[in-house]
Design a protein around this ligand. Structure first.
Ligand SMILES: Nc1ncnc2c1ncn2[C@@H]1O[C@H](COP(=O)(O)OP(=O)(O)O)[C@@H](O)[C@H]1O
Ligand SMILES: [Mg+2]
Length: 267
């Protein structure tokens, strides 16, 4: 993989690469920065507001402040946000990429591993799957214990290195400002469950046991908030009655998280 990475050694190399990415309509590229694997990430436009208004209506309907969507800033503010979050998480002792260079429209960060946690769990044997899932859960717990939050805690945004362990990436939005810390921490568990439930769809009782054990280590307010959010989403399992042609992967994932919520709520 490293052989395909463009070699960058200076600011002007970065600027040439930024122009090439913009022309190709891409926003992220693995590179070699002074011989070390790194990622060049460009700012992206802010997504349209209507999407978030729809989701906000849904969060109100379910009376779930933690499900309040957070619209990423996009542009220069998005880059600034990513820098601020990486800096805060690193200061709290969490493994995140090192900030190598940046300007208003791009940032260059170190590579923290070659496999996402999602892929690691998906391709592991049955026993290892739960152990890998636990690593992601431990990372989220550790972030919360230091008074931090991740915001985009999908398993694809946690990256594994056999030598250095798990790290987190992708911080374009910041829920603080839209909600209190406790809701931001409740909110971290939801994408983690959403992105992993489908991998465990034939082993949901085992996943529920792991979830209960992990939540037992959370602050009571976060634990209760997650349990409440799960109770309010059990109805999503009804999506299984949709006609087969409508059961695309995102629908299946949503239905599976409803199934998980239903099972976990029975404890
Ligand atoms: N610092 C990094 N170390 C290792 N992999 C990374 C890093 N940054 C990005 N990636 C890879 O690129 C993918 C997309 O990066 P991400 O920051 O999540 O951007 P997006 O906003 O497109 O989701 C990630 O899922 C991961 O596979
Ligand atoms: Mg991502």
């Amino acid at each position: 993989m490293t052989t395909e990475r463009p070699h960058l050694g200076s600011r002007s190399d970065i600027e040439v690469q930024v122009t090439a990415l913009l022309q190709a309509g891409r926003h992220i590229q693995p590179v070699l920065w002074q011989g070390q694997p790194a990622w060049l990430k460009l700012s992206v436009p802010q997504p349209p507001a209507w999407r978030y208004q729809l989701l906000a209506g849904m969060a109100r309907l379910l009376q779930q402040p933690s499900m309040q969507p957070v619209r990423p800033h996009g542009g220069t503010a998005g880059i600034r946000n990513e820098i601020d979050r990486i800096t805060a998480l690193a200061a709290a002792g969490l493994r995140v990429p090192q900030l190598l260079d940046h300007d208003e429209h791009w940032l260059l960060i170190s590579d923290i591993g070659h496999v996402t946690l999602e892929s690691l769990i998906r391709h592991a044997g049955a026993d290892a799957q739960l152990a890998h899932w636990q690593r992601g859960a431990d990372y989220i717990l550790q972030a919360h214990r230091t008074g931090q939050y991740l915001s985009q805690a999908f398993a694809r945004n946690l990256v594994w290195s056999p030598d250095h362990g798990l790290g987190a990436i992708d911080f374009e939005d910041d829920p603080i400002g839209a909600m209190p810390l406790v809701d931001a921490q409740i909110r971290d568990w939801l994408p983690y469950f959403f992105s992993t439930a489908i991998i465990f769809k034939r082993r949901l009782p085992e996943l529920c046991n792991a979830i209960h054990a992990v939540l037992a280590q959370e602050d009571a307010a976060v634990r209760e908030g997650v349990v409440r959010a799960m109770r309010r989403t059990t109805w999503l399992r009804a999506l299984r009655w949709l006609p087969r042609r409508m059961q695309r992967r995102d629908v299946l994932k949503t239905q599976c998280v409803g199934e998980l919520a239903h099972r976990c709520s029975r404890f």
